[in-house]
Design a protein around this ligand. Structure first.
Ligand SMILES: Cc1cc2nc3c(=O)[nH]c(=O)nc-3n(C[C@H](O)[C@H](O)[C@H](O)COP(=O)(O)O)c2cc1C
Length: 208
C-alpha cells in the first residue's frame, strides 16, 4: 500500500496550497509578457500560469494573480485591462537570468527592458514592444479577462488572441518547422527550480 497524505484545500493556508500546486503542476512554460499602460509606459514580466488553449483561433492564456501578501494586483494585469494588448515572448536558456530579474516588483512605470538590458523591438500590430532576444514572440489582442476571485492568490485570466508571430529564423529547420532541439526553452517548477529542454532531457514517442 502506498502511504498517501490526503488534503482538503479548504484547510490549507494559501501559501502552502500555492507551494503544492506549483511543485505538482510542473514544468510550466513561461510567458514573458510585455504590456503598456495608457500613458505608454512599458512593462515586461514573467508568468508561468500560462499555456496555449486554442489553435483556431490562436489563443494564449496567462494569469497574473492578486498578491497573497496584500491582495494588490500586478502592473501587467492593470495594463492589459487599460490598453488590451500584450506581446508574449517565449523564454529560452540564454535569457533566463534577465527573465528572472524582470520579476522583481518594481514601482509602476519602471521599464523592465531597461532594468534587464533586454532590447525592445517595435511590434507590427500592437503597441507593446517585443523582446529581440526571445526566439519567438506573439503579438496579441486581449480578448477577455476573467477574474477567478477577489482574495489574495486569486488568478486573473488574460485571454489573448495572437495576431502576429515573430520567429528567429535561426530556430527554423530545413523543413520550415520550429527546431525544438535548438530552442533550449526553459520552464518553471516548484520553489526556485527551473528546467531546461536540452537534447539530453528530450525524447520522442512515435504516435502509436
Ligand atoms: C518564472 C516566473 C513565473 C512567474 N509566474 C507568475 C504567474 O504565473 N502569476 C503571477 O501572478 N506572478 C508570477 N510571477 C511573479 C511576477 O513575475 C512578479 O510578481 C512581477 O513583479 C509582476 O510584475 P508586474 O507587477 O510588473 O506585472 C512569476 C515570476 C517568475 C520569475
Amino acid at each position: 500500500m502506498k502511504n498517501i497524505k490526503s488534503i482538503d484545500p479548504i484547510n490549507l493556508e494559501t501559501k502552502k496550497l500555492h507551494k503544492i500546486l506549483l511543485s505538482s503542476i510542473a514544468p510550466r512554460p513561461i510567458a514573458f509578457a510585455s504590456t503598456i499602460d495608457s500613458n505608454g509606459n512599458v512593462n515586461l514580466s514573467p508568468f508561468s500560469y500560462f499555456n496555449v488553449f486554442s489553435s483556431n483561433p490562436p489563443i494564449l492564456i496567462f494569469s497574473p494573480s492578486r498578491r497573497v501578501r496584500d491582495n494588490t494586483t500586478k502592473h501587467t494585469l492593470e495594463n492589459a485591462m487599460e490598453t488590451k494588448e500584450v506581446v508574449i515572448n517565449v523564454v529560452n536558456f540564454p535569457i533566463v537570468e534577465q527573465m528572472s530579474k524582470s520579476s522583481v516588483e518594481y514601482e509602476k512605470g519602471v521599464n523592465e527592458f531597461i532594468e534587464t538590458g533586454l532590447t525592445q523591438v517595435k511590434s507590427l500590430l500592437v503597441k507593446p514592444p517585443r523582446v529581440l532576444e526571445s526566439p519567438i514572440s506573439f503579438e496579441c489582442k486581449v480578448q477577455d479577462i476573467i477574474s477567478l476571485g477577489e482574495s489574495g492568490g486569486a488568478g486573473q485570466l488574460i485571454i489573448a488572441k495572437v495576431v502576429q508571430i515573430h520567429i528567429d529564423k535561426k530556430f527554423i529547420d530545413n523543413k520550415g518547422d520550429i527546431d525544438s532541439e535548438k530552442l533550449d526553452l526553459v520552464a518553471r517548477m516548484g520553489g526556485d527550480w527551473y528546467t531546461r529542454t536540452t537534447k539530453e532531457s528530450m525524447f520522442k514517442i512515435p504516435k502509436p
